[in-house]
Design a protein around this ligand. Structure first.
Ligand code: ZN
Length: 82
């Protein structure tokens, strides 16, 4: 007697592609402070790259100019309707 479990259907790739078209990519940069190890996140800005030193910005926690970009990541979001 065969009693194999029934697996749910995997959504087709076409659906995923259509969904992605409706979504917007938002890029973020993770800013770290070398001095106090504080970690912040902000929207990606033109020219950002990993390990870039942010010499114009002061750490909000220790007030030192020791900030750098430790990570860049992107997120897919459904745009809000206006
Ligand atoms: Zn700091």
């Amino acid at each position: 007697m065969s009693d194999e479990p029934q697996f749910p259907q995997i959504p087709s790739l076409g659906d995923a592609l259509i969904r992605k078209k409706k979504m917007e990519e938002s890029k973020y940069s993770i800013i770290k402070c070398k001095s106090c190890k504080v970690k912040n996140e902000r929207l990606f800005q033109e020219g950002d790259h990993v390990f870039k030193k942010l010499t114009d910005e002061i750490c909000s926690s220790c007030k030192k100019k020791a900030l750098y970009i430790s990570e860049i990541f992107s997120e897919w979001k459904i745009p809000k309707k206006k």
